[in-house]
Design a binder for this molecule. Structure first.
Ligand SMILES: Nc1ncnc2c1ncn2[C@@H]1O[C@H](COP(=O)(O)OP(=O)(O)OP(=O)(O)O)[C@@H](O)[C@H]1O
Ligand SMILES: [Mg+2]
Length: 268
């Protein structure tokens, strides 16, 4: 138990098309900093975030800043100040950068200046269609849409997936800056990024939490990391992804060659 968590999840279960994908998950998110959700491919990380938001059918307790929200619809949950950056970015491809931002702005977008400072690449491309941005720029746009608003918790799903190392560093820096203001629940498979950003980790396997604790404690224990995640915590040889999948990207991240991504390889 931590004091005054911003998010508390208890016995959260969720299903998609009748198939249970999250099974009685318990965890807490402190009101500051980054909490990372880790786990191998397909274990239910995205589904856990979607269950918190009420995007998929769920049962159990979800408490946001001490208030139960598990009975609420997604739009109400979002109105409470939970920003979501989905795994596949989901920018409006046919709209410009400026239009994408305008559509997402709430309450006068109080942090718009910070976003412009964090992502000069986007400022230089306000009139460009989002579909013609590189993967990294689309990720920045997707982040910008939630960072500029006055959220109280951010749920960010694999923001560095498939990005070139330089862009990974930029995205991590933006998240670090955002997390100084707003707590972040981050799904992330790039362990150097987890080490840099997260103070707490929650590891999921088969829809259940199999480990929770300080990030450094897990990542300093290579054998345990290998056991829980199937990758070495010290393996920095191949940063996730390979290249920044350049524009145009009509699809989302399905093009990311997963075989090239060492953090996703099952080694057993
Ligand atoms: N739309 C869907 N329809 C049917 N099954 C789904 C759907 N989305 C996810 N699943 C299944 O739910 C389980 C959990 O998927 P989820 O996307 O939550 O995992 P994940 O940990 O985020 O995976 P990844 O590492 O690939 O992002 C998987 O077995 C997956 O096949
Ligand atoms: Mg996922």
């Amino acid at each position: 138990m931590i004091a005054d968590p911003i998010l508390r999840v208890e016995a959260l279960s969720a299903s998609i098309d009748g198939q249970q994908v999250v099974e009685k998950v318990d965890f807490e998110v402190p009101a500051t900093g980054v909490t990372a959700v880790l786990g191998r491919n397909g274990v239910g990380k995205t589904s856990t975030l979607k269950a918190v938001l009420g995007l998929i059918s769920r049962s159990g307790v979800v408490e946001f800043d001490g208030v139960r929200i598990d009975g609420e619809r997604t739009h109400r949950v979002v109105q409470r100040g939970i920003g979501y950056v989905p795994e596949d970015r989901e920018v409006f491809a046919s709209l410009t950068v400026a239009e994408n931002l305008r559509l997402a702005a709430r309450g006068g977008a109080p942090h718009r200046d910070m976003v412009d400072e964090l992502f000069p690449d986007l400022v230089a491309r306000t009139a460009q269609r989002a579909g013609s941005l590189s993967g990294g720029q689309q990720q920045m746009l997707s982040l910008a849409r939630v960072l500029m608003n006055d959220n109280r918790l951010l749920l960010v799903d694999e923001p560095t997936k498939g990005l070139a190392p330089r862009i990974v560093t930029e995205v991590a820096a933006a998240l670090e800056r955002a997390a100084a203001v707003t707590p972040v629940l981050l799904v992330e498979q790039n362990l150097p990024v987890v080490r840099r950003l997260a103070h707490t980790v929650v590891v999921i396997e088969g829809g259940r939490v199999i480990h929770a604790g300080p990030a450094a404690e897990l990542l300093d224990d290579d054998e345990r990391t290998q056991q829980l995640l199937g990758v070495h915590s010290t393996d920095h040889s191949a940063p996730r992804g390979d290249t920044d999948h350049s524009a145009p990207r009509g699809d989302t991240d399905h093009s990311a060659p997963r075989g090239a991504d060492n953090t996703r390889e099952e080694t057993s």
